[in-house]
Design a protein around this ligand. Structure first.
Ligand code: FES
Ligand SMILES: [Fe+2]
Length: 364
């Protein structure tokens, strides 16, 4: 499998291209290779700014099974480490909160917030032991907007280089002033790529999301693939003559759009005029994934019925997406199916993803 992954090619002309082979959506070896080649080498969202706002604030998390701790040092600098004690691999930090130092939960070695070992209890008499050789192993960490990113690849390019024009394009939405309103998780019986494929096209809107389709102008839905991300956007439909029920954005004018950004490999920003949601798709196994949804709204709107309605509206869309993804996941196993073709008009995003995936895996 590893050698066939290295030779995986997706035709660059969408009109001639075929989709990824279906076995890549369930093969445990492909999944293991993806963890190393894709998830251990890309910038991953692990938290948000508010969790590490002040000196001493920290949180622990996991990324592809690696325990991590992110902490704001006494000097104000944000750092991340493998949350693995250098003695016998105990937990250097637990949970989240604020502290002056970390004390390992196994034998009590203490670490400074900058990762250096302060004291190793009862280590007297150990030959050649130098505390400076036993600092917590560092991990790359950066912030953009409200989010904290880590990258397990020490050699990775800087985050803003990877983001390309995305920050500029997101600017028209008032994200900076928004605060986390709600977080939900969805355990899904599908491969992470099944979910990403589905995210990257609006082709399924009329069949799968009639409610959302009513709010958007399907015929004007545009897909804009970039080097490492895809932007999809659509004008929002305001009130129409003959409407039986009101639309969500009654007053929509020409320039009101909804923009969906997906960044390779697994996170998305859904930008609506009144709220922005972040989605992260975490692979749990070859055929299970966790979708994390976070809704951000201006703080003044947090108590409003409209805020609730926004969350319920995208929750409903998510339920529809999970259902179709789980069915597709099951069907990808069918002996009748191995690969498909792309709609040139509607599936440029999926095609771009499959190209990025093949490119990344060939470098594995
Ligand atoms: S494993 Fe951390 S002090 Fe022993
Ligand atoms: Fe969908």
């Amino acid at each position: 499998m590893r050698s066939s992954l290295k030779n995986l090619k997706i035709e660059d002309q969408i009109a001639r291209a075929w989709t990824l082979p279906s076995n890549l959506y369930s093969d445990p070896e492909a999944y293991a290779a993806e963890k190393e080649t894709i998830f251990a080498r890309t910038w991953q969202v692990v938290g948000h700014h508010d969790q590490v706002k002040n000196a001493g604030d920290y949180f622990t998390t996991e990324l592809i099974g690696e325990p991590l701790v992110v902490v704001r040092g006494a000097d104000g600098k944000l750092r991340a480490f493998y949350n693995v004690c250098r003695h016998r691999a105990g937990p250097a930090a637990e949970g989240c909160g604020s502290r002056k130092l970390f004390r390992c939960g196994y034998h009590g070695w203490t670490y400074d917030l900058d990762g250096s070992l302060i004291s190793a209890t009862e280590i007297e008499g150990v030959e050649g032991f130098h505390a400076e050789d036993f600092a917590l192993a560092p991990v790359r960490v950066e912030e953009w907007f409200n989010f904290v990113f880590v990258n397990l690849d020490r050699e990775a390019r800087a985050l803003n280089e990877c983001l390309g024009e995305l920050p500029e394009q997101v600017k028209k939405f008032p994200f900076a002033g928004m605060k986390l309103f709600e977080r939900r998780t969805y355990d899904m019986k599908c491969n992470w790529k099944t979910y990403v494929d589905n995210y990257l096209e609006g082709y399924h809107l009329p069949s799968v999301h009639p409610g959302l389709n009513r709010e958007l102008d399907y015929n004007a839905y545009t897909i804009e693939p970039h080097a490492e991300y895809v932007r999809q956007f659509s004008p929002i439909r305001g009130a129409q003559p003959g409407d039986a029920t009101p639309r969500r954005y009654q007053e929509a004018g020409e320039d009101l759009t909804t923009d969906y950004f997906w960044m390779f490999p697994n996170w998305m920003l859904n930008c609506y005029p009144d709220n922005i949601s972040l989605n992260i798709v975490l692979p749990l196994s070859a055929e299970r994934s966790l979708a994390i949804f976070e809704w951000y709204l201006p703080e003044k709107d947090h108590g409003s019925a409209a805020a609730r309605a926004s969350v319920e509206f995208s929750h409903q869309i998510q339920i529809e997406d999970v259902a179709i993804c789980e069915t597709v996941q099951k069907n990808l196993h069918s002996r009748s199916y191995s690969r498909g073709r792309f709609s040139v008009k509607q599936e440029q995003g999926v095609h771009a993803f499959h190209r990025m995936y093949a490119e990344a895996m060939s470098q594995g």
